[in-house]
Design a protein around this ligand. Structure first.
Ligand code: NAD
Length: 236
């Protein structure tokens, strides 16, 4: 079958081989911090400095010369260019807040959980490009009275960016590929079912199986299974 409308959902696993740790270890911690402390609005209210500091470290990591897009990021960019050139539709929905898909060259990206290299005005909701440390002392230039800025990350309990667009493309997909995501964070975790109910072929590419509901699954490091899968798709 020739797939016209391809949607890829990525999670932290695709960036693991670029040196960025995934979200949950076995104790439910993110880089050794309880999720409630660093990824909720309540955690930010309780201890803003800890939260600024946490994302400053993640943001600084993106400037490290050793953190670069890996072969899995690269093949997705190649696939997008080729698929679009052939008249297909492609959307990459990422839960990742790193910038590796952007750096690899993908164009149609929905960064549904925000981005590390961006700050958010807490009053206007404007996203502002930001590559350095962010602190409580920084203020926006968009409001009449400069307002405080926070990391531009969608925390638990907040609504992801472009959620309507996500559901729209997922429900129209004829191929839905989930890469390196544990499928535990909603609403992204529900996209596979929406795609399947709308008639898409669903594929999981991961280090290990997260669900038996996918139509196909290929398991191993992203730099192997993602490259294999999309190379084969491009050869069709
Ligand atoms: P997760 O940590 O819950 O799951 C990671 C998944 O990746 C697991 O299923 C694991 O088996 C798989 N995996 C690990 N190494 C892999 C590899 N080398 N190749 C293929 N698969 C591999 O991550 P999630 O599902 O994305 O949810 C975490 C949330 O945390 C996201 O919403 C994101 O906002 C945030 N986060 C982002 C980053 C990032 O931007 N790189 C990193 C950590 C957390």
């Amino acid at each position: 079958m020739e797939f016209k409308r391809v949607v890829v959902l990525t999670g932290a696993g695709i960036s693991a081989e670029s040196g960025i740790r995934t979200f949950r270890d076995q104790n439910g911690l993110w880089e050794d911090h309880p999720v409630e402390d660093v990824a909720t609005p309540e955690g930010f209210q309780r201890n803003p400095n800890l939260v600024y500091q946490f994302y400053n470290m993640r943001r600084a990591q993106l400037l490290d010369a050793s953190v670069v897009p890996n072969a899995a990021h690269q093949i997705l960019a190649e696939f997008e260019a080729e698929h679009i050139a052939r008249g297909g539709h492609f959307t990459l929905i990422t839960q990742n807040v790193d910038n590796l898909h952007q750096r690899a060259g993908n164009q149609r990206i929905i960064a549904m959980h925000g981005q590390l290299q961006s700050a958010l005005c807490s009053v206007s909701g404007l996203s502002i490009p930001w590559t350095n440390d962010l602190t409580a002392e920084h203020h926006c230039q968009c409001c009449e009275t400069p307002s405080s800025l926070r990391p531009d990350i969608v925390w638990f309990g907040e609504v992801p960016y472009q959620l309507d667009d996500c559901f729209e493309v997922v429900s129209k997909a004829d191929l839905f590929v989930s890469i390196g995501t544990s499928g535990k964070v909603y609403p992204a975790a529900g996209f596979m079912q929406v795609a399947q109910e709308s008639g898409a072929e669903t594929v999981e590419l991961n280090l290990e199986k997260t669900s038996s509901a996918f139509d196909q699954g290929y398991y191993g490091p992203a730099t192997e299974v993602v490259v294999d899968f999309f190379s084969r798709l491009m050869q069709r």
